[in-house]
Design a protein around this ligand. Structure first.
Ligand SMILES: [Ca+2]
Length: 156
């Protein structure tokens, strides 16, 4: 029936196998890529603890770079803050008073200033004056009431 269209039996056999081989290659490539993309196992857990404790979600510190020297994380890429954090049984409170990166600012001061506690080149002093984040407690929302000032009279 189809023999006249598909040629020899060997050719037919190869044609049937090729899609399977291709599918297997694709699957193994995806599995390999997934293994490469997610090298950090425990870090996201610590990062979410960190964000919960300090309210840093969505800020610069909501990043692997808070404890690691590489955005991909990994045990071999831990910065001084991550090292102290690990030494103290991953107790965030225990390392707050330390100055892990030795830049003169304690870890908690850096976290409050949204600077990396494990990077001596990033600290509250290196930053331009830390602007307080706009919050509901600020009372300076209204414009200055110029209309209440005495009128400016030129020549007097
Ligand atoms: Ca510091």
């Amino acid at each position: 029936m189809t023999e006249s269209l598909s040629g020899s039996a060997a050719e037919t056999d190869v044609r049937h196998r090729v899609p399977i081989i291709a599918a297997l290659m694709v699957l193994s490539t995806i599995a390999g890529a997934a293994a490469w993309i997610s090298p950090a196992q425990s870090t996201p857990e610590y990062l979410s603890q960190f964000n919960q404790k300090y309210g840093t979600q969505g800020t610069k510190l909501d990043s692997c770079m808070t404890c690691h020297t590489s955005p991909s994380g990994g045990k071999e890429n831990v910065n001084p803050y991550g090292t102290d954090f690990a030494k103290n049984n991953h107790d965030l409170g225990a390392v707050e008073g330390l100055d892990s990166d030795g830049d003169g600012f304690t870890n908690i001061d850096e976290i409050k200033a949204n600077t990396f506690p494990g990077d001596p080149n990033d600290n509250p002093k290196a930053k331009p004056a830390p602007k307080p984040a706009p919050s509901s407690t600020t009372t300076t929302g209204a414009p200055f009431p110029f209309s209440l000032l005495p009128k400016f009279q030129p020549g007097k």
